[in-house]
Design a protein around this ligand. Structure first.
Ligand code: NGS
Length: 439
């Protein structure tokens, strides 16, 4: 009996010492693998960012084992700002005009809040009949749609679908794309301000409102709207060289925030936002954020395979794009904080996308199969309304209901919700906005 007792005791103590050691070794191995995965990505990134030979965007084939990288890791550890990059400093060129040399720049400029009963026709009338036709008589015009705001009458002409500054060839041809769902007043305020802003920078430009009109009551799918509108633009003969992806509720406040694409990298300009009527001042979002306003070329957009088409409701689709950027070894550039300032117009926030963290977790795996290249089978343009001040695209974001049956979406989201519970709490602690004192 005694013998047996000692044997059992020996066995138990052996188990107790061996098991924790196995556990420790196992954890260490896992940890090292994860570290390696992440540091591999960062090291590559560093090489890419700092290399003097990186004259254009480079693509690397990411080995499959590096594809699944948890979203939180990126949020915590990745910087997506190009470390050694300076914004293009354009030389004065008599053939191609850069906004930097516009004589109409006013620096910080007060946004205009038009009266609530303003119509699209009023805006059209203001920019085409009042500002354009009366240019010789009245250089400064006071609008009847807002208080105490005067507009400089900058010589502009509308030709072949774009607004051009007279006597100047702009360095770029810019399309400003604005996705919408039930945001009429925001859209009109945006339009009213953006024309003036683009003209002070003497851009050659067009503004496109992309409205999710159908099916009614569907959650907002910003990714599908952008993908469809950019696909539409690519087929037009406007020769656009710079895409500005712009939220409707954001009005730039400084003319020095140039709406020109950089040659090598996408540019994110919404570094600081001040909510209208909110005394908190400018908010600086997390480093990882590329939502709000992003400027990039067609080529960059295609390199990223555009936005994911799977995000329904508020949140996440822009972070998904940031993951695509990282996966493609691209970084982003930002103007200095003094210039990258915006007013955020108030609006009710749509329903949150509860599946977003789950979708983000597997984002990098869907890169080739979910995005710009797949958009044509997913949406349909149901109306195109073109005026001089805006092209209005109305989209059905889900014309073939069989492709996205509610039930299958439901199954996916319930599956993903399990992951969400854990992740939401982690992310909440990570994504904290910081208030920066009003400059
Ligand atoms: C993050 C969202 C982003 C969003 C950003 C700012 O939390 O999609 O807030 O939103 N990411 C996730 O939910 C995963 S804002 O305050 O501007 O509406 O863009």
């Amino acid at each position: 009996m005694r013998k047996i007792y000692w044997r059992q005791f020996l066995l138990l103590s052996l188990i107790l010492t061996i098991l924790p050691s196995f556990f420790l070794i196992f954890t260490a191995i896992c940890h090292t693998t994860q570290e390696n995965t992440i540091s591999h990505i960062y090291d590559q990134e560093k090489v890419f960012f700092d290399s003097p030979q990186t004259s254009s965007i480079q693509l690397f084939t990411v080995p499959p084992r590096y594809l699944v990288v948890p979203y939180q890791e990126f949020v915590i550890r990745t910087s997506i700002t190009c470390r050694t990059f300076k914004l293009d400093n354009p030389a004065k060129d008599s053939t191609k005009f850069h906004p930097k040399y516009s004589k109409y720049l006013r620096g910080p400029f007060p946004y205009v809040l038009p009266y609530t009963n303003i119509t699209y026709n009023d805006i059209e009338n203001f920019y085409t009949n009042i500002l354009v036709n009366k240019k010789r008589d009245t250089p400064i015009i006071q609008t009847s749609f807002a208080n105490n705001i005067t507009f400089e009458n900058i010589p502009y002409i509308f030709q072949q679908g774009m607004w051009h500054p007279l006597g100047i060839t702009s360095i770029q041809r810019t399309a400003i794309l604005v996705p919408l769902q039930n945001r009429e007043y925001n859209a009109k305020t945006f339009l009213f301000n953006m024309h003036a802003f683009a003209r002070r920078q003497q851009l050659t430009y067009t503004i496109i409102l992309i409205e999710q009109a159908s099916p009614l009551g569907h959650r907002f799918n910003k990714g599908r709207l952008y993908n469809t509108a950019i696909n539409y633009l690519e087929k037009q003969s406007l020769n656009i060289t710079c895409l500005v992806l712009h939220d409707a509720d954001l009005i730039p406040e400084d003319d020095g925030n140039f709406y020109t694409c950089e040659t090598k990298y996408p540019k994110h300009t919404t570094s600081r936002v001040r909510e209208l009527n909110n005394k908190r001042g400018y908010i600086r979002y997390y480093e990882f954020l590329i939502g709000g306003v992003l400027l990039l070329t067609f080529d960059m957009y295609k390199t990223l395979n555009g936005f994911s088409n799977l995000y329904w409701g508020w949140g996440g689709e822009d972070d998904d794009l940031a993951l695509r950027l990282i996966q493609q070894r691209m970084c982003i550039v930002r103007p200095i904080y003094e210039l990258a300032i915006y007013t955020g117009l108030p609006h009710p926030r749509g329903p949150r996308n509860n599946a977003r963290f789950g979708l983000l977790t597997w984002s990098t795996l869907r890169f080739h199969t979910d995005g710009y290249a797949q958009i044509e089978s997913l949406t349909r343009i149901i109306d195109i309304h073109q005026t001089l001040t805006v092209t209005y695209l109305k989209l059905d974001v889900n014309p073939d209901k069989t492709l996205n049956k509610q039930s299958s979406m439901g199954n996916i989201s319930s599956l993903l919700n399990t992951i969400n519970v854990h992740m939401t709490s982690t992310i909440k602690t990570i994504i904290r906005t910081k208030t920066i004192k009003e400059s």
